[in-house]
Ligand binder design. Structure first.
Ligand code: SF4
Length: 119
């Protein structure tokens, strides 16, 4: 069977056709302009992940931009957003500081992407 994918690794957005076996196991892909697309297609068909960017409320009521330190499993995105929605960040956080150490049990940290004092 085949599956059509758009590579999201870079803005070029290559349209790819992925070949899967009868157990939906990745076999090959075509349409990617570089090797990163091949890695993306294999990952997307086996264990899809996404980077997450959002905001967390600070103690003084401002919105602190945050992101996952690395991509997390796609199936954990809603759990992660539930944790982010109720999190409260100290006003002393700086860029790169950890807001949540273990986002939705993934082992990936949620980190600040701005200085809370500059908001
Ligand atoms: S396959 Fe390569 S060039 Fe094409 S979108 Fe993915 S990363 Fe970009």
């Amino acid at each position: 069977m085949t599956r059509n994918l758009t590579c999201i690794v870079c803005p070029r957005g290559c349209e790819m056709t992925v070949l899967l076996d009868e157990n939906k196991k990745f076999l090959s892909a075509e349409g990617n302009a570089c090797p990163r697309g091949l890695s993306y297609a294999e990952s997307e068909c086996t264990a899809p992940v996404r980077s997450l960017a959002s905001t967390v409320l600070t103690e003084s009521g401002k919105l602190l931009p945050v992101k996952s330190a690395s991509p997390i499993p796609k199936g954990k995105l809603f759990d992660a957003m539930r944790e982010i929605r109720v999190a409260l960040a100290p006003d002393t956080l700086c860029v790169g500081d950890v807001v949540l150490a273990d986002l939705a049990g993934t082992g990936v940290a949620l980190v600040a992407t701005a200085n809370a004092a500059d908001l």
